[in-house]
Design a protein around this ligand. Structure first.
Ligand code: TTP
Length: 239
């Protein structure tokens, strides 16, 4: 009945969440997502009051429990053993991060990455590399959609794609020297780049302007959420 519908919509947290916008910043390893977010956070007092920044929980992956386990390091050292465990933990920490920032009052929330890049870029990559077995990816998929559907806060209003060549990302990665990433190859960054491209810009090819806004549709395989189709914005810096 109409009454029931009203009641339902009243209890739908996604409707309340619509009061403010959430965008997720995506892009290859080392492209500059954190720098981009920090710049926005520090740019002007006006922006600081408007935008809540939610950085990626990398530190949580590097220091777990009283024994200070580092799952990021374990993953890169033994990818076949730890890819599933790591991706599972990445998801859980994102969920915690989302919950922590859910009650914020600033009208715009910018988050570093999302559960969608986890699935569309990294899980794909580790599965293709045979670091995640058929059984493990089936397990991941069996909970991914139901859990995301139950938690509308994980579904952003749009994505901001920071786009640079794999070469540029590789140079930046070498410069920053994050200890765990010593063995990450240019080839791996090229794979991740292709996966970002086919996910976020499936119909695009060739060169783009310095700052472009486009609306390609989101290619998500069987992953749901038609409501975030057509909401990809991409920024290109120096290649
Ligand atoms: P990124 O999420 O790409 O973060 P970054 O610090 O490289 O971003 P930027 O320099 O643009 O600010 O990756 C962090 C590390 O975690 C990187 O080594 C890749 C790894 N990773 C995975 O292996 N699987 C995942 O699902 C995610 C999200 C990251």
């Amino acid at each position: 009945s109409v009454d029931d519908e009203l009641k339902d919509s009243g209890s739908d947290p996604s409707l309340n969440a619509k009061k403010r916008l959430t965008f997720c910043v995506e892009g290859n390893i080392s492209v500059g997502k954190s720098t981009f977010l920090q710049r926005i956070a520090n740019e002007t007092i006006e922006l600081r009051d408007l935008v809540e920044i939610v950085p990626e929980p990398v530190a949580k992956w590097q220091d777990i429990g009283p024994d200070h386990f580092n799952i990021l390091d374990a993953f890169y050292s033994e990818p076949q053993r730890y890819a599933y465990t790591f991706q599972n933990y990445v998801f859980v920490t994102r969920l915690m991060q989302e919950k922590e920032s859910a009650s914020g009052v600033k009208p715009l929330r910018l988050m570093e990455r999302s559960v969608f890049s986890d699935r569309m870029v990294f899980v794909r990559a580790v599965h293709e590399a045979k670091w995640m077995s058929e059984m493990e990816i089936s397990i991941y998929d069996s909970w991914f959609d139901p859990v995301v559907s139950a938690l509308p806060g994980l579904v952003p209003d749009g994505f901001i794609y920071l786009r640079a060549s794999p070469d540029t990302c590789h140079k930046r990665m070498m410069l920053r020297k994050r200890a765990e990433e010593g063995g990450v190859s240019l080839k791996y960054l090229q794979d991740l780049h292709e996966k970002h491209e086919s996910w976020l810009l499936p119909f695009e090819s060739g060169d783009h302007g310095v700052l472009s806004v486009s609306k390609p549709s989101l290619h998500m395989d069987n992953t749901l959420h038609p409501d975030i189709k057509d909401r990809v914005f991409y920024l290109e810096g120096n290649h």
